[in-house]
Design a protein around this ligand. Sequence first.
Ligand code: TXA
Ligand code: MG
Length: 362
Amino acid sequence: MKTEIIKVDTAVQDWDKQLDYAAQVLSSGGLVAFPTETVYGLGANALDQTAVEGIYRAKGRPSDNPLIVHIANTDSVKELTDSIPFVTTVLMEAFWPGPLTLVMPKSEKVPDIITAGLDTVAIRMPSHPIAAALIKKSGVPVAAPSANSSGRPSPTLVKHVIEDLKGKVDVIIDGGISNVGVESTVLDITVTPPMILRPGGVTLEQLRSVLGAVCWDPESVDMYTGTSSDASLAPPRSPGMKYKHYSPNAALLLLQGDPERVAAEISKRAELYHREGTSIGILNTDETASFYEPSLHTYCKIISLGSRENPETLASNLFRCLRDFDEKAVEMIMAEAPDENGIGQAVMNRLLKAAGGNIIKL
Ligand code: TXA
Ligand code: MG
């Protein structure tokens, strides 16, 4: 398949005209990758079963993993759901457009292929101007998972999308960097209190400040990362959580604890693994960079994830850093665990999954 790559510049006048062709491709059943504020998405008309089948094919995605439906207007919620849970309005006002996905009872109109047979549908209204304008122009609700091959780190730059999907989709829109860097928070509002199924761009603290009680149980999520011996305890509420995810080609080991001790442990292991002939990557932070001996740089690829004092930077850089290690053909990455508050929770969740639950607590 020939993939058209279209660069969109929102600084020029009438920039949204640059989206006319892509919008037409979407409404006529084609596949379009586009930037959102979280990560790039791979879109298709959510009401067109054949178009949505194309998404699963292009990504190599398991068919029991449901998709998020993206809308440009809060009114579209009405056609996608039968009954609107009472917390919906307050959440939409507080966080839409933005990185929050709401799981609600689905209407007849939503094809089973979107929900993988569940009786709920996940809906989000993205804030990225290109995403919003594209959805509006296409005139249809847009199903869009992250625009990566299934299992790979999500794309935050157009070059990641091109790496994974060129030749498999009709259009890729180049709209610069996806700033949030981790996917939306998935919140189940069919239960009381609402429950976070995937931590993401909107934090637990933000949700609690608006809703009061919100359930978040990292343990139930960790069950599907390989840290629990009994993954059969309960079916995953968000089917996507059970799959190996976000994985760079390299093996990843996560180390958690006092930052200075963690750096010492990583340094010790780096030397050891290096002597065994393994090429090593280290994912540290601006604040911990000085804990690593300059000599390590001669045989390790060391990348800073960002600043611990500004955890938004950790989220923003995460997936790009994981792909950067792959570019350097690193075989084993050792990563410092971030503090688990605010958006750090989402960063930790993605790192744990990328590590397949492989964590050492010091
Ligand atoms: O930020 C994002 O959400 C990005 C951008 C492109 O919008 N999209 C994204 O989609 O991350 P995807 O497909 O990679 O992740 C969707 C997640 C999966 O974990 C899936 O299981 C869950 O949402 N999900 C979708 N529908 C659901 C439903 N009805 N009930 C529970 N979980 C659902
Ligand atoms: Mg994804």
